[in-house]
Design a protein around this ligand. Structure first.
Ligand code: FAD
Length: 474
């Protein structure tokens, strides 16, 4: 077969005027927060207080940690400190794919931890079941729908890869996959019916905060922690500009933001991921694509899209570009990247040409905490009084609950099936400091894009990184 040297999205590109017209009405704001009433505010920490556990970070990881800490020990004084507002960062702006993997997928997990992968898969699946059960028992109003996932091949070489991957669910040939979701690009698919749920990300964060407060957690927003201070033994002082918490133990759930444990800082880099949201589909438009089973949808390239319906029948279309900005900083201006939004809009209409005329209402971006092992790492500091987790690499909606349990196990000094995992005990390799980081990451990105243009063929750099268990993903 000759090399196509272009992707299906390039070969089926719509007219540029269709892309421009569709993007024109969009605002650069996270749809999920526009879709809810004003969330309740939590006061700034402006005094000195005591706690058994101080949690730093009000995304999913911090919220699960605080909530589960009170469940384990209803008498514990738990204080959560958030630099801005609950869920404003990755937890409120993601795609809402809540999967059963704690290893960023089976292939990554199996290649890194072959001996314990079966256990990791079991724990991942238990983790998703636990989230489903908590959503029901705590009454979390977050539009949880366990619709599974559909992986689709859009290039001939992906069909073969997918055919060989029997663990990825029921095989669908081109007719069957198009009868699920009608796209002329879909050549084949695999449908896994229970491995994934969809959630409304911002509601999930705010509902976890509500449940945490109801369980007795005290939350302070606009209270960035500036430092941790501790002597030998005894409590840890968690300092903010206007107050402090003297805590017996501390859980750091600060994701892509600079870690308060300095040695953990080179373990992640921020990678920006871009998202579009359409207006709600009319009944006719919806009928033209099918999608009655509302699966979470993803294509298979190195640079992949994640695509889903919302409760009010919009389509979220995200991914593909994963941009590392030189210097590795988190900056609001990086969210404004017209080229990435245009590429997404182009790819959207290549996938669904029958939706020409549909417009996007929102476009936004967020920083992903990429680690070299593509999934979270877990550590402790200050003689076991501080636990931390980060590195979810774009798949943390569900894995944050597992990470919260790991932090609580460790702070309690308990040996559990979770803490005994090699995945939990070992840290990934750090990224090199700048300017080497930029050069390496951008060369890797270029190679991945090239592989997507050349029937998936990986060049020497990618093969070397694969062999070393290193790489770059989103
Ligand atoms: C665009 C996008 C799409 C994604 N899509 C998916 C998806 O579909 N499925 C999936 O599984 N994952 C997805 N992810 C990843 C997922 O959103 C994250 O892995 C997950 O939300 C991480 O949760 P967290 O609590 O660790 O981090 P965050 O939500 O980032 O929360 C960390 C919090 O810590 C606070 N903080 C940091 N430093 C301090 C400090 N010093 N003091 C006080 N507070 C501090 C921050 O203000 C922030 O609120 C996506 C991410 C992005 C950006």
């Amino acid at each position: 077969m000759t090399s196509p040297m272009s992707t299906a999205y390039e070969r089926n590109a719509p007219d540029a005027r269709i892309v421009d017209a569709a993007l024109e009405p969009s605002v650069r704001r996270v749809f999920w927060f526009d879709d809810i009433d004003t969330p309740p505010a939590h006061p700034v920490l402006d005094s000195d207080r005591e706690a058994d556990l101080a949690v730093v970070g009000g995304g999913y990881a911090g919220l699960w940690t605080a909530l589960l800490a009170r469940r384990r020990n209803p008498g514990a004084r738990v204080v959560l400190l958030e630099a801005q507002t609950i869920g404003w960062a990755a937890s409120g702006r993601n795609g809402g794919f809540c999967g059963d993997s704690i290893t960023h997928g089976e292939a990554n997990g199996r290649s890194r931890w072959p001996d314990e992968y079966d256990e990791l898969a079991r724990l991942g699946s238990e983790n998703l079941d636990a989230i489903e059960s908590d959503v029901a028992t705590l009454g979390l109003d977050c539009q949880f729908e366990r619709t599974g996932s559909l992986s689709v091949a859009v290039e001939p070489h992906q069909v073969e890869a997918l055919r060989g991957d029997e663990s990825a669910g029921e095989w669908l040939d081109s007719t069957a996959v198009r009868s699920e979701i009608a796209s002329p690009l879909f050549l084949a698919g695999r449908w896994e019916r229970t491995n994934n749920a969809l959630v409304h990300p911002a509601r999930m964060a705010l509902e976890l905060a509500r449940a945490a407060v109801e369980a007795g957690v005290v939350i302070h927003e606009h209270s960035p922690v500036t430092e941790l201070e501790s002597g030998r033994g005894g409590p840890v002082m968690v300092r903010t500009a206007r107050g402090s918490v003297r805590a017996q133990s501390v859980a750091l759930a600060t994701n892509v933001f600079p870690s308060l444990v300095k040695r953990a800082r080179l373990l992640t880099v921020p990678v920006y991921d871009y998202v579009l949201m359409t207006e709600p589909l009319s009944a006719e438009q919806h009928a033209s694509i099918g999608w009655a089973n509302r699966q979470g949808l993803a294509d298979l390239a190195n640079q992949f899209h994640y695509i889903r319906m919302t409760a009010d029948n919009r389509i979220l279309f995200g991914g593909y570009d994963a941009i590392y900005h030189t210097g590795g900083k988190i900056r609001e201006r990086y969210e404004n990247r017209p080229a990435s939004y245009r590429r997404l809009a182009n790819n959207f209409f290549a996938m669904f040409p029958q939706l020409e005329g549909l417009t996007f209402t929102h476009r936004w971006a967020g920083a992903i905490d990429t680690s070299t092992q593509f999934c979270a790492f877990h550590g402790t500091a200050r003689g076991g009084r501080v636990a931390y987790t980060a590195g979810f690499t774009g798949l943390g909606v569900s894995a944050t609950r597992f990470a919260a349990e790991v932090m609580l196990d460790r702070l309690a000094g308990e040996s559990t099936p979770r803490t005994r995992l090699e995945m939990v005990r070992r840290k990934p390799l750090p990224f090199p400091p700048e300017p080497v980081a930029s050069a390496g990451i951008n060369l890797t990105r270029w190679s991945l894009d090239r592989a997507d243009h050349r029937e998936g063929h990986r060049n020497v750099l990618l093969r070397t990184l694969d062999a070393l268990g290193l790489g770059f993903d989103s």
